[in-house]
Design a protein around this ligand. Sequence first.
Ligand code: UD1
Ligand code: CA
Length: 454
Amino acid sequence: MKITAVLLAAGQGTRMKSDLPKVLHPLCGKPMLWHVLEALKEVTTEPPVVVVGHGAEAVTKYLGDTARTVLQEPQLGTGHAAMQAESLLRGDTDLVILTYADMPLLRGETFKRLVEAQRLTPGPFSLLTVRAEDPRGFGRIVRKPDGTVEAIVEEYVATPEQRQIKELNVGAYCFNAGWLWDALRRIEKNPKKGEYYLTDLVEIAARDNLPVQAVTHDDFTETIGINTRVHLSEAEAAMRKRINQMHMLNGVSMMNPASTYIEAGVQIGRDTTLLPNTYIHGKTVIGERNFIGPNTIIRDTTIGNGCRILASVMEGAVLEDDVDMGPFARLRKGAHLKSHVHMGNFGEVKDSVLREGVKMGHFSYIGNADIGANTNIGAGTITCNYDGDKKHPTTIGEDVFIGSDTMLVAPLTLGDGSRTGAGAVVTKNVPEDTLVVGMPARAIRKLERKNKKK
Ligand code: UD1
Ligand code: CA
């Protein structure tokens, strides 16, 4: 059985007061639209169709090849939007799951319930409803005395009695495709707003004595639709809670989930603890037994196991196991800290490898460098990697001791076991096991290395 999703995303989203199309506004790091498409993936067998209109170019660009798009121009309402999918889908799918792109909290399992319900009924479609005290402008579900659904009445045309109805139209439907396309043509233009309302399909089915089935849902947070930025923040809070609960159930501890911000798609291993005010963004993968935060921002970074990261900021970095970082450390793109690296306060690393056991305790800048195992970077060391025109590399061997306040003027190589004196300005390569001092630094002594490999 072919099941295809049609997502309506052409509306202007006027109430957002934004230049960005509503469906591209982010929720936990991903556009609203992404969340709906993820959930729909769980039930559909075919690639989705997205109806675009307002901001079509940006929406289509974002979707790339993840969806087929059809243009709705002009935008004459949800029924009119649904009609646009006919050209792509007539004769090509058995069921159509139709929903709105501004409902990002609906879960895959909820769509599954809807599909299951439709497969078991002879009627032309099933729709999702929710019982809630706050109607939030949703259409009201009008039932006949025998319980069958008779109509959906939009709030602004509802009578005072209808407004009291607590059962609301969520905006998710599963149609028999064989019925849908012709029925859509029967929707009449709403005289007040000049729009074609998808919700009129209920009355159209009723007129033909075809039963419409309602699947009632009780989790109102799943049905938060976004029309304003107030709704967006409510949805964000609900989504954040959902993401955090998923991680906690997978074995991640959070001292205060309400102040722990994890974007959709982030992976975290068990027995990792997150302290308050930790933000984890983008394509981040975190292993087990890490202790992270408070006040830490992590983006597009891979972290191994057993690391301790305190009040630090990183982006595009890799940390292997048992790294000890912070407070106030900063990793930029291409920073790679191997196992047992210690990086203390006010350090910055970009495009550099710090090999096993490197210690960099206090206020240093390391850029375009490769630092050998067990080397010690003294306080205030700087790789002077930029000559105003190009970036140059610095290569430091193993077991090197860089004295406090050393300037390493790149391109530069320091051999294994070498040392620099405090305040040295190193402009020439340093041979292994050699001590250099001064400005510019000169070699003054050959050194004995205790743990030198034979
Ligand atoms: C709609 C429903 C309402 C339901 C509510 C739930 C209708 C007539 N009303 O109202 O019963 O309770 O959703 O959230 O369907 N869109 C288009 N083209 C258009 C108009 C809208 O693609 O011409 C898209 C929008 O981008 C949006 C979705 O359809 O994603 C819903 O439109 P919106 O205007 O937000 O409908 P509501 O007033 O919320
Ligand atoms: Ca809406």
